[in-house]
Design a protein. Structure first.
Ligand code: ZN
Length: 305
């Protein structure tokens, strides 16, 4: 009987054993990425299905994005703890999608300052209730204790240069996936945290509130920065060539093929059928689920005068 129970014990523990435990990976000295899984939010990943990052400075840690819940934020904090004992002094939000900011309150309660551009904070406030209701379906009881908190003094300019703990960060709008999305550029390091502008390994999603026009423009600005290392919003840390192939080229495709067809008033269905099969992007995860809807939304955006 005892032997049987001992056999059963690991099986009973197995759901927890599969839980996603974030790990910091070094990008350059003192700069780390935390790469989340590519799939949907669930109780095992606590909504951490995105990328995060942090910079260790002598004055404390700068965290880029805070996770989708209190428990998710605690997991990010544990990943930081594995690298440094210094406290998280600043949390910079690159966006307003749930996993970018719903952990803010956890870090603020321990003394961190939340930093975001004004439209980012405004979009967070606008979508907070909807996001919490959606997350409840994915995370259930593990959402408990999560309180929406956006930056109390959001930055009014379109691009802000921050000096934090001796590190220079440029926070600038991209406005692609959500209105008010931004990137964090470390000019001295050549490292770019793109927020939800760049997706690699999986196809990017065009949501009803996304803008393909802005995404294309922002990617062209990104390429002009010539970043040495890119920490994308989703997918593994990469170089510019990979980001170009898996995000930049896709935005160009949506704008130049789908957008052009919409402007020429070609029929939508025939256009979507014509471009349903794109070998260049087909190997990306979520292609089957997202590609047609992405084209549909791009068409509607470019159809508008
Ligand atoms: Zn995202």
């Amino acid at each position: 009987m005892l032997r049987f129970l001992l056999f059963l014990f690991p099986l009973l523990l197995s759901p927890a054993a599969q839980a996603f435990i974030p790990k910091a990976e070094k990008v350059v000295d003192n700069v780390y990425a935390i790469v989340g899984p590519l799939g949907q939010r669930n109780a095992d990943n606590d909504g951490l299905n995105a990328n995060f990052g942090f910079v260790v400075t002598p004055a404390g840690v700068i965290l880029v994005d805070s996770g989708a819940s209190k428990l998710g934020a605690e997991k990010l904090e544990a990943a930081i703890r594995a690298v440094t004992d210094r406290p998280v002094r600043w949390v910079v939000n690159t966006g307003s999608q749930d996993h970018r900011w719903l952990g803010n309150d956890h870090f603020a309660s321990k003394g961190a300052q939340v930093i975001a551009l004004a439209r980012t904070a405004a979009t967070q406030a606008q979508f907070a209730d909807q996001q919490l209701a959606g997350l409840k379906n994915f995370l259930g009881d593990r959402l408990a204790g999560t309180a929406p908190l956006h930056a109390q003094k959001p930055l009014q300019q379109d691009s802000a240069t921050l000096e934090l703990g001796g590190e220079t960060l440029v926070l600038a709008y991209t406005d692609a996936h959500y209105p008010g999305d931004a990137w964090v550029w470390l000019p001295k390091r050549g490292v770019l945290f793109t927020g939800d502008l760049v997706y690699v390994d999986r196809l990017l999603g065009v949501l009803p509130m996304s803008s393909v026009r802005q995404g294309q423009k922002a990617f062209h600005r990104l390429a002009a920065l010539k970043p040495k290392v890119i920490v994308p919003g989703h997918g593994r840390v990469c170089d510019l060539a990979k980001a170009q192939a898996e995000t930049g080229d896709y935005y160009d495709f949506l704008a130049e093929k789908i957008g052009a067809a919409a402007k020429d008033m070609e029929p939508m269905d025939a256009t979507l059928n014509k471009f349903a099969d794109l070998p260049r992007f087909k190997s990306l995860e979520n292609y089957d689920a997202l590609h047609r809807a992405n084209m549909n939304r791009a068409f509607v955006e470019f159809e508008a005068p």
